[in-house]
Design a protein around this ligand. Structure first.
Ligand code: FE2
Length: 409
């Protein structure tokens, strides 16, 4: 993120004495990416953020994969997969209640339907991109509060201490997709000027990005006065730290590194007379993956246009599509529904369901809403994928021509 923000109380000059009303020094923290050669923020704590009291190793849930490819099954035989995420058990919190579905050395993809607040957490391996398909959540962090609603992408930078609080009315569903990256997530470079301003051709811009607007001083609350436990995801697994002071004690911060949200509904689709290629939908870039948004839009308007997508071979990517809302006309008959996730791997040609090309001729709009994650290294299957896979999906394009389709797994 390259957009400068300044929140709360900070001294006029960095690295100079900044004191509380009773004369004590605030504890300055520089949080910086890429060896302090990229985006950074300066935060001013009431207490030392370093006062560690204890640390405990925490076991990783079995079958989730660990970002290094261990504990995962390769996609063999190589097949398209349909994961019915609605079949998974919900509950728990947004951090520890995740069901990991797909993973490789660059990222882990998980879903979660949280019903309770999470504990304090930070990911030390990379940024987390959280997409809120249904419901409402509040992100509380050392940077302040973000109230998030249906359709929000939330970028939580590496090392941000935070917690997630469900804010939907009791009983209303909350459904979330989490991308745990092994690096930083942000707007595609081609959308930005050399100095980081969004260019005119970008489908969104700075006005669409929302960050905390005031400090969150949770340590004022006796319940949060400390000590405080923070669960940390790192390359070796999980560690639970115990700190003398609650991390939400920042009276002010400034810089270009902070959590922010962007609504998929603010993504302005690029349309044309004939079908536009997937890169026009790109929303974020991460290390060895991209994220695209398919939003309600006017369909192709050449008089002879074929609005339903062509068959395609994405030769260097595995394609993951999260179906968020709409009727997905090009996939009618495949079993795909809201909440479904499809995986179309590199090496597999795929396209619309039989009959949907003809049925779509003359259509002028689509109301479909979907999030796509394309990975440039093959994805493997975590235990959660095997728990909700539709075994018939791979044969759904054959439209009854294949009565004896089988797979060895
Ligand atoms: Fe595709």
């Amino acid at each position: 993120m390259t957009y400068y923000r300044r929140i709360g109380d900070i001294p006029p000059k960095r690295h100079t004495q900044f004191r509380t009303a009773d004369g004590a020094l605030y504890a300055e923290e520089l949080m910086g990416q890429d060896g302090f050669s990229a985006a950074s923020a300066l935060l001013y704590h009431r207490h030392a953020p370093t006062a560690l009291l204890g640390a405990d190793d925490v076991d990783e849930p079995p079958g989730d994969g660990d970002g290094a490819g261990r504990d995962l099954e390769p996609n063999r035989p190589l097949l398209p997969r349909h994961l019915r995420t609605g079949d998974l058990d919900g509950g728990g919190d947004l951090v520890t209640g995740r069901t990991v579905l797909l993973a490789n050395a660059d990222l882990r993809l998980a879903v979660v339907a949280p019903t309770e607040p999470s504990g304090l957490y930070r990911n030390a391996t990379g940024d987390e991109l959280v997409y809120l398909r249904r419901g409402a959540l509040r992100l509380e962090s050392s940077f302040g509060v973000l109230d998030c609603r249906e359709g929000d992408y939330v970028v939580v930078p590496t090392g941000t201490t935070h917690r997630w609080v469900p804010t939907s009315p009791a009983g209303d569903p909350i459904d979330v997709l989490v991308v745990e990256a092994q690096g930083h997530v942000g707007p595609p470079a081609r959308y930005l000027s050399a100095r980081g301003q969004f260019l005119e051709h970008s489908p969104y811009c700075e006005r669409d990005l929302h960050a905390p607007t005031e400090p969150l001083l949770a340590d004022d609350d006796p319940a949060d006065a400390g000590p405080a436990e923070v669960l940390v995801r790192h390359r070796g697994g999980l560690t639970r730290y115990r700190y003398a002071h609650h991390p939400f004690d920042v009276v002010g911060w400034d810089g270009c590194l902070y959590p922010y949200r962007f609504s998929i509904h603010d993504f302005e689709p690029i349309t044309g007379r004939v079908h536009q290629p997937p890169p026009v939908h790109q929303t974020f870039a991460g290390p060895n993956f991209v994220v695209c948004s398919f939003v309600p839009r006017k369909l192709d308007y050449h008089p002879l246009a074929v609005p339903v997508p062509y068959n395609h071979s994405n030769t260097d990517s595995d394609e993951v599509l999260y179906y968020c809302a709409g009727n997905f006309t090009s996939r009618r008959g495949s079993g795909i529904a809201e909440g479904s996730i499809s995986l179309h791997p590199a090496g597999f040609t795929h396209g619309p369901q039989p009959g949907s090309v003809e049925a779509g001729l003359g259509e002028e709009r689509t109301e479909e809403l979907a999030v796509m994650v394309d990975t440039f290294r093959p994805l493997q299957l975590a235990a959660g994928a095997r728990a909700c896979e539709d075994p018939d999906y791979a044969w759904s394009w054959a439209a009854g021509a294949n009565s004896g389709a089988t797979t060895s797994r």
